[in-house]
Design a protein around this ligand. Structure first.
Ligand code: BTN
Length: 262
């Protein structure tokens, strides 16, 4: 089948009417960024549970000030509004929990799906999905806007980098994004209570995280790079490395997997 002939059903709100509370999905045809839209709604007093999904973003945001690009109708780009009622220390688990929920939702279809710390969803060394969590101060208290970009039906030519992949590339079939989004949101909702049980979440996350046990380079936000073997995650979800000189704890950064542990 030629690329032009691949069916790409449109997003349809009817598929999301029976999601568990408080999730409620709005479909918009086009926006700059679903995160920007949900941030604005959070500031205007929107209760938690709003999900905005779009066919196309014109200014999608990635982590570390990068852009996130996908052709119209090919992927899932959406954002979820949470108003977490958890201890401030547990906020750091929100992006990791989101990655874990995505991994859990996809594992039936893609058994080799893993996580690269902190929250990239990977197949081998290829990135299938990215997550951007933004904290926003509102009159109702702090809110978390959780943005997810999941590569679904993109062909190799439609992906922005060599290291990206899509479900279509991995599984050689195209997907109706509607049931897929419902499944991802259902997984997220079911696993949300783990935010109150960081030790359980830590164990579950570590199990599916390909970074633990690897030698990695961590590119820190300040520009420095630290190389070490990943020993563990700490109680806040930070990465604990053995560097040769001792241990180093990375709270944020970009990880490059260098090699598997010997
Ligand atoms: C990353 O850099 O890996 C994070 C990418 C997050 C992209 C998603 S797409 C939906 C939501 N809206 C945005 O502008 N960004 C996130």
């Amino acid at each position: 089948m030629s690329d032009d002939a691949v069916p790409r059903p449109a997003l349809d709100p009817e598929h999301f009417v029976s999601l568990p509370r408080p999730l409620r999905v709005e479909v918009v045809d086009e926006t700059t960024s679903t995160n920007a839209l949900v941030v604005a709604r959070a500031k205007a007093g929107e209760p938690e549970g709003l999900v905005i999904v779009t066919e196309h973003q014109t200014a999608g945001r990635g982590r570390l000030d990068r852009v996130w690009e996908a052709p119209r109708g090919a992927s899932l780009t959406f954002s979820i509004l949470l108003r977490p009622d958890v201890a401030p220390a547990s906020w750091t688990w929100i992006p990791l929990l989101t990655g874990y929920a995505l991994q859990a939702a996809l594992a039936d279809r893609v058994p080799e799906v893993t996580l690269k710390w902190p929250n990239d969803v990977m197949v081998g060394e290829h990135k299938l999905a990215g997550i951007l969590v933004e904290r926003v101060e509102t009159d109702l208290g702090p809110a978390a806007v959780i943005g997810i970009g999941l590569n679904v039906n993109q062909t190799r030519d439609e992906l922005p980098t060599e290291i990206a992949t899509s479900l279509r590339i991995e599984l050689e079939e195209t997907f109706d994004r509607n049931p897929l989004l419902a499944q991802v949101l259902g997984s997220f909702r079911a696993l949300l209570p783990l935010l109150d049980q960081p030790e359980v979440l830590r164990a579950a996350y570590t199990d599916v995280c390909a970074t633990v046990g690897r030698t990695v380079d961590v590119h820190l936000p300040g520009g420095e790079t630290v190389r070490g073997e990943v020993l563990d995650l700490d109680q806040y979800g930070a990465l604990v490395l053995s560097t040769g000189d001792g241990t180093f704890t990375a709270h944020a950064g970009d990880v490059v997997h260098v090699r598997a542990a010997e």
